[in-house]
Design a protein around this ligand. Sequence first.
Ligand code: NAD
Ligand code: LMR
Length: 332
Amino acid sequence: MSSRVKVVVTGAAGQIAYSLIPRLVDGNTFGDKIVDLCLVEIPQVVSKLEGLVMELEDSYFPNMGEVTYTDNFEEASNNADWFLLVGSIPRGIVYEGKKIEERSDLLKINGGIFVKQGEAIGKNGKNDAKILVVGNPANTNALIGKNSAGKESQLWMAMTMLDSSRAKSVISKKTGTNIKDVKNMIIWGNHSPTMYPDVENVLIDGELGKDVIDDMKWVEDHFLPTVQQRGKAVIDSRGASSATSAAKAALDTIIACENTTKEGNSFSAAVASDGAYGVPEGLICGYPLITLSDGSVEIKRDISMSEFAKKKFQISIDELESEREAVKHLLK
Ligand code: NAD
Ligand code: LMR
């Protein structure tokens, strides 16, 4: 394995990035590798990145390599190993005189960003580049980007790790289990209120959730809505969307992809369906994933789902299909 890694981060002057970027070079995320950073912003704010670079230089990060910033994504994408596509407009802000509250507004505004970025990644990124889309609507943005990139050897993911961590926290509180002993929390479907956090297959202190939690009323009335609506709850309280938790989730996704998954474990992200679990091909869908010893990431295929779980999952699949339909003019 190479001892250097080049990471491109878009939205680098935004709030998630401020929490995320320092931790890419702190020696925890990429281990001993030297991390070259290329930070990308829109022309209106790119000059702010000069200050962020000063702060990075002032922070004493022994693993930090070359740090550059630009408003030219095409140039930034050259030979990169990892792309963290955070740059996009969040919910909860006023954009062109209108408060952005609906996912459909985000689809219209943000979808277009991923056509050009996808093309550049396909052309200039490493053949085995990994791309994590954080910017919302993350699954469908990743669909657009992957389609524009047109390179099967690159791995496009949309982030559902934050949903998985949120769900672990709720389970940990309910069962009085330390959060480190809550594992394999699968998020099926879309990073949206239709997602299905899998309460049956989560491991709670080594036992399956279905054998520990026998309170379906709690699952339906508390667990599912709390996890599905957590993004909105944070926006309502902070007046801004989750930032430090989103950054931590992006780092956890990278760590999960950079290290071989332990036997029996899995992690959560959305990747292109190849028909697994009956999902229409091509949709970027939340799945349980494993990283193999050769560094490749695969869908874990031996999870059994109850009729209840399948019904909930189908709602999210239907939503992903309708999002694909809404952006079909952006797909080749
Ligand atoms: P923010 O507004 O603080 O920062 C976004 C930054 O992206 C801005 O600085 C903006 O200038 C930049 N940007 C916009 N278009 C760009 C482009 N084409 N190229 C490069 N940069 C561009 O927003 P934030 O709070 O950091 O959130 C970023 C995104 O992440 C939002 O879409 C938000 O909804 C999403 N989000 C996703 C999750 C998740 O779990 N998947 C969690 C939280 C937030
Ligand atoms: C979140 O889950 O916190 C983000 O996707 C922000 C949002 O709009 O919900």
